[in-house]
Design a protein around this ligand. Structure first.
Ligand code: ADP
Length: 755
């Protein structure tokens, strides 16, 4: 291996160049021959070869081979970039571990070639307009690719050493080409200006240089003064610098400079000064530069997800798939996941874990209750008190341009006179549009295409269709008592103890106590209240420890009532008595599943229908359908409805209930009433009913079955079309219940012994 160091030249892959044989011989301990390998190393500062140390060498270099050897010359062709590890230098002899470094091929070669052609034309034109070096046109015409052009013109055009190295180090082809173009054209311009200046030497030169020198001197003095009195840096100067350093796109920079100009004219006492200040403060706080795609190790990502969440296997698997796809496509964003489930089921916190797994920053934006489009897209600056929208505010809080952004409660957006916030959100989430998302306050586009969005919702019912179509729904059905126990033991309790400053030895919470908290002191699908209860216990224990009452607090189930200062929650359990007309149903609420009883009764009257228990319109319609169905199924009992008033009641009258899924329960309750045959209370059912007597599918099956299990139900009838959803139901629940999918109302009636 022949190591060659150089300071001022850039050498990129696919470049052919001639080297003096003597020079190469000095760097090799054997005879030079074709096929020998060469490493070109870039130096950080200009040094004699004998004085170079390992610290002077940049870690990315170029490898090449000797293609042929001629009379005193060798033709070397560079092949690719390499990373250098453990570089050692001994008296001008180099050694290093060389690993090849691959490009991210994210740019069409044809496009690169186009750029190369235009750069070459620009170069030819410049030389034509100024002075021609003999033969340089032919040399330029011999270059075959952009790398050759930049390599050879970099010295002539005086591209800075740092810029050259930044180009060499960049993995993404697209970014590298952009950097090459920028450096090339900028230095070409500079070259032109310089040569123009040279030719117009005569009179203006002196004045020009003088002016430049004075300007440089002023800015130098200003900087020195700023260093001495940082408190005196004026706002204008502060923002000038921030804008220059921000890496804003052209449009944003123009707008910021316009605002800065107004700030200059306005002066500190102007009444708009504050608003202008806030604007500049906001836009310069944003990260405008694109962040590089980080290498993700799937194993580590899996580990992060597993270490922070118990269970949720399906969700984690889906997330890993997403990460893998993103890695393959070298993209920072992918399909938009929508996590749907009751509060406290881990939706937000798994969003946070995704960010950790991807090693990206995390930000949560709450959308609950937003009625005004401007809350998402910002207010125009003409408004007094105008502010950026929540999306851009989130970006600022995240401190990066590619955070994982959790949009919480997308089902709670409200459409109102203030416009439709969901349509603004649609634009945010649309990969076709979000690269130029324009917040009204900022009034300039910002690229959101690298943001990974994750949405959460309690249910999909209120999410507008177009928004829902953009997202992939992943449901969080809630946890079984067993899962809650594991989550409490592995995650919630240790965290709660740490938060309260309690050491492992200071508190012993028995397993029985944890189980009792879950079953008697919480009623939820998630673990949010459970977490609060554990926090309370830890705080109470902390008080005892600090007061010196005890060094080691033990808590058993019997202590909970006092510690939590509440009586155990009474869950509805099935009633043991059997009476005709009463049937157990299953309901879905935001807190998970619950069982409910439908009670029906005839009273002397003339055919009136009385409904109580705060039923919504849909449920009232279900009552009508049930009445019609039962009349047709039991024609000989139709008179009962004429001679009596029918009363339908669903207990817990304070809780509003609606939805079609109680249809089957209502029908069976009525059938039981008219036929006089009671239904065993260990049966429960759920399903919408059609007038034909068919059972139609319902939502929230997993939650409902969990509630049935908890309440002591043995057998559940569900619509046949929900059979597929059973795979989302915990195995323990499936094993504890007899689940019978049915197609017709009459099937249920036969099964419960009415027909
Ligand atoms: P959501 O967003 O669904 O309302 P959160 O993400 O806020 O719920 O979760 C509430 C709490 O419960 C958080 O502290 C979270 O870490 C914890 N949690 C939820 N699910 C799990 C789980 N499977 N494993 C460990 N902790 C969990």
């Amino acid at each position: 291996m022949i190591y060659i160091t150089y300071y001022n030249m850039l050498s990129l892959p696919d470049v052919s160049c001639y080297f003096q044989l003597d020079y190469l011989k000095r760097h090799s301990d054997k005879e030079i021959s074709a096929g020998d390998k060469v490493i070109f190393m870039m130096l950080k500062s200009e040094k004699k070869e004998s004085e170079v140390t390992a610290a002077d060498i940049y870690p990315v270099a170029t490898r090449g081979t000797i293609e042929s050897i001629g009379d005193g010359w060798a033709l070397i062709r560079t092949l690719g970039r390499v990373s250098l590890d453990s570089v050692s230098v001994n008296n001008g002899t180099f050694n290093a571990e060389v690993r090849s470094r691959s490009d991210i091929e994210d740019m069409d070669p044809a496009l690169i070639d186009e750029k190369f052609q235009s750069m070459r034309s620009a170069l030819l034109k410049t030389f034509k307009d100024t002075e021609w070096l003999p033969g340089s046109r032919n040399t330029i015409m011999r270059w075959t690719n952009i790398n050759e052009l930049v390599t050879f013109s970099s010295t002539l055009l005086q591209i800075s050493n740092e810029d050259k190295y930044a180009i060499l180090e960049e993995d993404s082809l697209r970014c590298r080409v952009e950097m090459m173009e920028k450096a090339f054209y900028e230095s070409l311009e500079l070259y032109k200006v310089n040569s123009e200046a040279r030719s117009a030497e005569a009179k203006s030169n002196e004045q020009l240089y003088r002016e430049q020198a004075i300007k440089r001197q002023i800015s130098f003095l200003e900087e020195e003064l700023d260093k001495m009195h940082p408190e005196n840096i004026t706002d204008v100067r502060k923002f000038e610098k921030k804008i220059a350093d921000s890496g804003m796109n052209e449009i944003a920079r123009a707008e910021a400079e316009k605002v800065l100009n107004r700030m200059r004219q306005e002066g500190k006492d102007g009444h708009e000064y504050g608003m202008l200040y806030d604007y500049l403060d906001f836009v310069t706080a944003l990260v405008w530069k694109k962040e590089k795609v980080k290498k993700i190790d799937l194993k580590t990502a899996e580990k992060v997800l597993d270490s922070e969440h118990y269970g949720l296997e399906k969700t984690k698997r889906r997330i890993i798939e997403q990460i893998a796809v993103m890695a393959l496509r070298k993209k920072q964003a992918g399909s938009i996941l929508l996590f749907v489930g009751a509060p406290g089921t881990g939706k937000t916190s798994i969003g946070q874990s995704i960010a950790k797994a991807l090693k990206r920053s995390y930000v949560r934006v709450s959308l609950g209750g937003i009625r005004d489009e401007a809350e998402i897209r910002g207010h125009r600056r003409t408004y007094i008190g105008a502010m950026p929208g929540r999306i851009m505010d989130g970006i600022r809080r995240s401190g990066s341009s590619n955070p994982v952004m959790v949009l919480d409660e997308v089902d709670k957006l409200v459409r109102d006179y203030g416009g439709d916030p969901s349509s603004a959100l649609l634009e945010v989430l649309d990969p076709e549009q979000n690269a130029t998302f324009t917040d009204h306050y900022m009034n300039v586009p910002y690229d959101l295409s690298d943001v990974l969005f994750v949405c959460t919702a309690n249910s999909t019912d209120t999410i507008p269709e177009p928004l829902l179509n953009r997202m992939e729904v992943i449901s969080f059905p809630g946890y079984s008592a067993l899962e809650k126990f594991e989550i409490a033991k592995r995650h919630l309790l240790p965290k709660a103890m740490e938060k309260a400053g309690i050491g492992k030895r200071n508190l012993v919470l028995s397993d029985e106590a944890i189980k009792s908290i879950i079953s008697d002191y919480t009623m939820e699908a998630g673990v949010r209240t459970l977490k609060n209860r554990l926090d309370t216990i830890c705080r109470m224990a902390a008080v005892k420890i600090v007061r010196g009452e005890s060094k080691r607090v033990s808590v058993g189930p019997e202590d909970l009532r006092d510690l939590l200062d509440m009586s155990p929650i009474r869950h509805d359990r099935i009633l043991e008595e059997k009476r005709a007309g009463i049937v157990t149903g299953l309901a879905w609420t935001a807190a998970g599943g619950e069982i409910l009883f439908i009670e029906t009764m005839f009273t002397k009257g003339e055919g009136k229908l009385v409904i109580t228990g705060q039923l919504g319109d849909v449920m009232k319609e279900s009552v009508m359908i049930a009445v019609s169905l039962v009349k047709s199924l039991f024609p000989d009992k139709a008179d009962l409805f004429k001679e009596n008033d029918l009363h339908v009641h669903v207990p817990s009258g304070a809780v509003p209930k609606d939805g079609p899924s109680a249809g089957i329960t209502l029908t069976v309750a009525l059938a039981s009433l008219v036929s006089g045959s009671p239904v065993k209370s260990s049966y429960a059912m759920t399903g919408e009913v059609s007038l034909r007597g068919a059972l139609m599918p319902i939502g929230g099956l997993a939650e409902k079955l969990m509630a049935a299990e908890r309440a002591g139900v043995r057998e559940v009838f569900i619509p046949e079309e929900n059979t597929d959803d059973l795979k989302d139901v915990a195995e323990a629940t499936r094993n504890n219940l007899k689940i019978t999918p049915v197609h017709l109302v009459t099937d249920v009636l036969k099964n419960v012994g009415i027909l």
